[in-house]
Write a protein that binds this ligand. Structure first.
Ligand SMILES: O=c1ccn([C@@H]2O[C@H](COP(=O)(O)O)[C@@H](O)[C@H]2O)c(=O)[nH]1
Length: 273
């Protein structure tokens, strides 16, 4: 099954556009995981089990693992998702970008080593830096377009033939790079007007939308701006707000994560119709 078909099925099965981000920060992990050599794996596994019926995707950000030399734990987490929740797409957030020969190694890392259904890619080096990912024709290629950070405007708003660069990227991907129908774009929830512009350009192409939760993006504005005519089309990511939700009386971290994931999924769903 292709990434896009798997994503579409997960939107329906879990009635969810929520992507649960896996960004394990050792300083923020509950105490029981901090002295556990497999603590990152055990923490993420509990988060995955607590939220799997509420999510349309899981998105580990590779930097949180690589910084701690914890790639082996990331591999185990990816295996865990594939073995236990094979219907939930796994997105490796790596934002890779390099010449073709090196890009092919990054693609092997994402799709073969980690078994990701999709990987995030930086378009700055152009078409031959993205083409190697397309060789895995069943997998997804999620290209940075209008990122959620304020500094993204430094380049993404530069005028290219009368349009901002991020719109040029959206058109380029929709009209040329997406020949095999396996592309998606990253567009931040922190910029709902630009999200609406991108949606108008790319039709029903899926959008990975980080920026709600800890970054403060407005859920209602995000959904209204980014949804397709069918009320779907997005993987709206939240990482820290779910992973490190403050437990209420009687809750542990996983129950708190589930509570926030449920609230977030339902808040998103309020605006899909
Ligand atoms: O434009 C972008 C692209 C990627 N990200 C990533 O998403 C999550 C956001 O985490 P929160 O804790 O929900 O803020 C993180 O992994 C980023 O690297 C993004 O924020 N913006």
């Amino acid at each position: 099954m292709t990434f896009i078909n798997k994503l579409s099925a997960a939107w329906t099965a879990n009635d969810s556009l929520l992507c649960v981000g896996l960004d394990p920060d050792m300083d923020k992990l509950p105490a029981q995981f901090q002295n556990d050599p497999q603590g990152i794996y055990h923490f993420c596994r509990e988060i995955i089990d607590a939220t799997a019926d509420l999510a349309c995707s899981f998105k580990p950000q590779i930097a949180y693992f690589a910084a701690l030399s914890a790639e082996a734990q990331l591999e185990k987490i990816c295996h865990y998702v594939r073995d236990n929740y094979p219907h939930i797409p796994l997105i490796l957030d790596a934002k890779r970008g390099d010449i073709g020969a090196t890009a092919r190694q990054y693609a092997r890392e994402a799709y073969d080593r980690y078994g990701a259904d999709a990987v995030t890619v930086n378009p700055y080096m152009g078409s031959d830096s993205v083409e190697p990912y397309m060789e895995w024709s069943e997998r997804g290629v999620i290209i940075l377009c209008r990122t959620s950070n304020a500094g993204g405007s430094d380049l993404q708003f530069l005028n290219v033939d009368g349009q901002p660069l991020y719109q040029h990227v959206a058109r380029l991907v929709a009209q040329k790079w997406n020949a095999n129908g396996q592309c998606a774009l990253v567009v931040g929830a922190t910029f709902p007007e630009e999200l609406a512009q991108v949606r108008a350009i790319v039709g029903d192409m899926p959008l990975l939308v980080p920026g709600i939760g800890a970054q403060g993006g407005d859920i209602a504005a995000t959904v209204k701006s980014g949804k397709t005519a069918a009320g779907a089309g997005m993987m709206i990511n939240s990482s820290r707000a779910i992973l490190y939700a403050a437990p209420q009386a009687g809750e542990d971290f996983a129950a708190a994560a589930r509570r926030v994931a449920l609230e977030t999924r339902d808040a998103i769903n309020q605006h899909r119709a």
